[in-house]
Write a protein that binds this ligand. Sequence first.
Ligand code: MG
Length: 465
Amino acid sequence: MRFLTAWLIIFGAVGSAFANAQETPRKQPNFVIILADDLGYGDLGCYGHPTIHTPNLGRMAAEGQKYTSAYVAASVCTPSRAGLLTGRLPVRSGMCSSKRRVLFPDSTGGLPASEITLAEALKPLGYITACIGKWHLGHLPPYLPTRHGFDFYFGLPYSNDMDNVSRKGREAILHPKIEYFNVPLLRNEQIIERPADQNTLTRRYTNEAISFIKTNKDRSFFLYFAHTFPHVPLFASDHFRGASRRGIYGDAVEELDWSVGQVLQTLRDEGLARDTLVIFTSDNGPWLTQDLHGGSAGLLRDGKGSTWEGGMREPFLVWWPGHVPAGRTVHDLISTLDLLPTLLTLAGGHPPADRDLDGYNVSSLFLGTGPSPRKVMFFYRGETLYAVRNGPYKAHFITENAYGSDRKRTEHHPPLLYNLDHDPSERFDISKEHPDVIAEIQKIAEKHRQTVKPVENQVEKRSRK
Ligand code: MG
């Protein structure tokens, strides 16, 4: 009997250890970052838009977190994406310029090989990686996603309004046809279609994303899904064209919303919802000079191209059932710069220690266990620091109109000062009442400037014709 008891205890212990091992495999989370292009703070139903119907993003917000103070690294495409993927302000990688603000088809530069992207950092941790959609960090072979840590690429290497061969200028944007824009569609490093059929882009991107998720459901994956729309020219597939009360801009956003729904439903169907952290945001604010073809920053001032709030504060949703608390609106500061250190930490790795990073690990904010470590946000235009936010206060050293020939670049002495908690629309300058706040922000700016070292500018490099 004693023997039997001993054997039962031993087998029981082994059995329960085995059972524990089975129950707690502690798989690394998968990551999906969905990035819209030029979508404004006010363009989603869950951020207050009255006529753009976005039920899938609304459900994502209800099942996860919705942020109200999430910032991108820059107010235009190229530098914003460089910041997101490297966790570093684009001024550190040479991926911004005040002369040419983004890369063009005649550009010869791109994200330097010395930069470490999120994909490159996740690969040694066992992740398979895909980039689907718009890249815009260099279209020549040394700069493509496949050379920056992505195992797979499907998408446009730059903006969908480039390669405008129509000779119609703005008219081509307002009444676009596929053949007006000779943009290439790439699979890995090969052009598979030119001009790309932009009507079907969102649908085809989505199919590729679903296929990537299903193919790699048994291993850790990172999907960087950067949509082409609602950047102009606006296209939508047959099912969505003409469907939105907001017109063609709404059609494009509603198709994007459908796409998000497809991705999340695939994760649910494959049993991956609790294993996958999904982020939704946009690369910069709405392109207001496109009139009805541009979006809305809601109550925020200005839009794309500007260091006012509308240029860089974005919708930002975080979804990870069972891990990210559901239904929370979060007012803490956060930035796409924080994604690299946060996701690396959640994957069990460490952010690169050999370089200046501008991102924070905000995993405790995502998990609902602590506040954001971020208190400060820097607002650059090209290589120049225009504004700094510290807590609720934002000081503008320089302001300038986003676009147009009369940009009215103004240096402010003292800086303009706004309390964004009281005044998110940046209407009432309170600099005279708060010299102490300005002094503190100036100190923060000075300390930051000392960490920025000169690097070769990548955006200004171009071929001579
Ligand atoms: Mg953009």
